[in-house]
Write a new protein. Structure first.
Length: 195
């Protein structure tokens, strides 16, 4: 622990105990820590340790963070800017370079280019809204909301809206060998189906 943080623990322990109307003796009984040790903790004469702070936190029914004055957790929201390329708007959901990447994609209808392409990697797609047409070499399937597909991107592929409405999907993409291990089989009625 940082020295400034340590220096504040004792006074914080004393304020908390007094605010609860507890005596050192009552706290000693509840924690199994001697009165003299508790007194030295509060006065700064004893260095706080996890073995001492955990029983005190339990006795006061507060999180350990409250005893040590941990800084508040930062804003957990991921703030990224969408990127639009042609008929696709991509919102990156991961912020680190390399490795597994997550995206939310909205693909609008209207792009006549349905050429299958290949590249290194492995992709997992999950349909959030709309209908997704996935052409994977000889396979041509339509996925509905809640369905997923995964494939090696070295296999010729193309995906986009299955009809005249946009489709929203989650995409997890990783370098070759990083597989997501989630499988979805096409329903019999979708196999080979043209929209």
């Amino acid at each position: 622990m940082d020295e400034d943080v340590l220096a504040e623990v004792g006074p914080r322990l004393k304020r908390l105990r007094k605010a609860r109307g507890a005596t050192l003796g009552a706290l000693a009984e509840a924690t199994g820590i001697s009165v003299s040790t508790l007194s030295r903790l509060e006065s700064g004469g004893r260095r706080p340790s996890l073995e001492l702070l955990l029983p005190i936190a339990r006795a006061h029914q507060v999180p350990l963070d409250e005893l040590v004055g941990a800084p508040p957790v930062g804003d957990p929201r991921v703030r990224t800017e969408p990127v639009t390329r042609g008929d696709r708007t991509m919102l990156p959901l991961t912020r680190r370079p390399g490795g597994l990447q997550a995206y939310k994609l909205v693909i609008r209808p209207g792009n006549p280019d349905r050429e299958q392409r290949t590249h290194e990697g492995y992709e997992w797609l999950y349909v959030l809204n709309g209908r997704l047409r996935l052409r994977l070499e000889r396979h041509d399937v339509v996925l509905e909301p809640g369905e997923a597909a995964e494939f090696d991107t070295r296999v010729p592929h193309w995906f986009g809206p299955a009809d005249d409405r946009p489709v929203e999907i989650l995409s997890l993409f990783g370098p070759q060998g990083e597989r997501m291990h989630t499988r979805a089989r096409p329903r019999a009625r979708d196999a080979g189906q043209e929209p």
